[in-house]
Each structure stands twice: as structure tokens, then as C-alpha cells.
Design a binder for this molecule. Structure first.
Ligand code: DGI
Ligand code: FE
Ligand code: FE
Length: 197
């Protein structure tokens, strides 16, 4: 038996997410599980992180800001201007308070699932990547290649996804969060260091 009551968690989550988001969430949860089977780690933790990664996604933007203020969750001015980004931070908070998750790595995987960050843990990478490649996703470029890469090499896959995400965001450079840029630079360096060896 898993330490997690996934049935109970899913029931609760279904109340806070719309149908489409819930379906995406299931895709992410099972994709996290599959990636964990290949790359290692705790299967229950991977599923819990995937299941809860977007738990704050359907909260209206104004309310996201208000909740962050109420619970003393620090916001950058960029996040205040782009409140959809807050669903990651706020999601980590809700996962800990409302879903009794106390594992730091799970909470951090939720926290950084939108931007990534330099030096991510295996679980953080698994959630970030699963969010991008789950079966319902269909808009990103190079998806079939990225999907294969996800099961071969997490760091290379992070580099590829961050590169494609920034290429897409470059259309409106003012929209780019510094954390995304820092994550990209980090995984680009990992990529280049390997090539040189
Ligand atoms: O919540 P999801 O839609 O499942 O996925 P997500 O939390 O990864 O959010 C996806 C969007 O986030 C995607 O359109 C790219 C965008 N994103 C990632 N980094 C940045 C960003 N958007 C802005 N404005 N700035 C960023 O740095
Ligand atoms: Fe998200
Ligand atoms: Fe998501």
C-alpha cells in the first residue's frame, strides 16, 4: 500500500480543477510514474507530485495574489504582473496545508514546475518534463523527439524543453521570468560540458 491515499486526493482535487485540467493532471501523474520507473526514485512521491502540481491552477488570478499575501508567500513584482505563474508557488503551499504533503522535494517539484531552476533534483526534473510531454499536450515543437529524450536523459531533455520554451517566449521578451532564463543557462552549460568531454 502506498503512503498516499490517491483516491481521496483525486476526489478532492476534482473539486478544485476543471475537467480539462483534471485530465491533464492525470496525464502528468502517470507520466511522472513512467519516468520514475525508468530513472528511479520513489514511485509514490512521483505520483503525488504529478497529481498535485497544478492544484492551484484554477484559482482566479486576483485570488492567487490575495492568497499569497494572506499566507506571506513572497511574490516578485514580475509574478504580481503575471499572476498565472503563482499557481506553482501557491500550489506548493496548498499541497502542504491541504493535502498533507511534507516532503520538501515534492513541494519543491510543484514550486518549480513552471519555470524550472538551476540544479534541479531528479523529482523536480521528472515533474517539469512530465508536465510538458504528457499525452494530452499537442502544441509544443519537437514533441515526439522530446518525449523520447525524456526516457533517455533528463538533463538533455531539460535543456531541450527550456530552449524551446524560451524560443517561444522570445516573441515577447518582456514576458520572460528570470528563473526560466537561469534554468536554461544552467542546463545549457550541462549540455555543453558534456559535449566537450
Ligand atoms: O500549468 P500548465 O499549463 O500545465 O503548465 P506550466 O505550469 O508549465 O505553464 C505553462 C506555461 O508557462 C507555458 O505556456 C510557458 C509558460 N512559462 C514558462 N516560463 C515562463 C512562462 N511564461 C512566462 N510568461 N514567463 C516565463 O518565464
Ligand atoms: Fe502548471
Ligand atoms: Fe500542468
Amino acid at each position: 500500500m502506498s503512503r498516499y491515499d490517491f483516491i481521496k486526493m483525486k476526489k478532492k482535487l476534482a473539486k478544485y480543477l476543471d475537467e480539462e485540467r483534471f485530465a491533464h493532471t492525470m496525464g502528468v501523474m502517470y507520466t511522472c510514474a513512467s519516468l520514475c520507473m525508468v530513472h528511479g526514485g520513489d514511485l509514490g512521491d512521483a505520483q503525488a507530485a504529478g497529481l498535485l502540481h497544478d492544484c492551484a491552477k484554477c484559482i482566479p488570478n486576483k485570488k492567487k495574489i490575495r492568497l499569497c499575501e494572506q499566507h506571506h508567500i513572497e511574490m516578485t513584482s514580475f509574478e504580481k504582473d503575471h499572476p498565472f505563474l503563482l499557481h506553482a508557488k501557491l500550489g506548493a503551499y496548498i499541497a502542504s496545508k491541504k493535502y498533507d504533503i511534507d516532503d520538501k522535494d515534492i513541494l519543491s517539484a510543484i514550486r518549480y514546475h513552471t519555470t524550472g531552476r538551476p540544479g534541479m533534483s531528479r523529482l523536480e526534473k521528472i515533474v517539469y518534463i512530465a508536465d510538458y510531454i504528457e499525452p494530452m499536450r499537442d502544441k509544443a515543437p519537437n514533441l515526439s523527439r522530446v518525449r523520447r529524450l525524456a526516457f533517455e536523459d533528463l538533463d538533455e531533455c531539460m535543456y531541450e524543453i527550456l530552449k524551446d520554451t524560451l524560443d517561444y517566449l522570445e516573441e515577447n521578451p518582456r514576458e520572460i521570468d528570470q528563473t526560466t532564463v537561469e534554468a536554461y543557462r544552467y542546463y545549457k552549460e550541462v549540455h555543453n560540458d558534456r559535449k566537450d568531454r
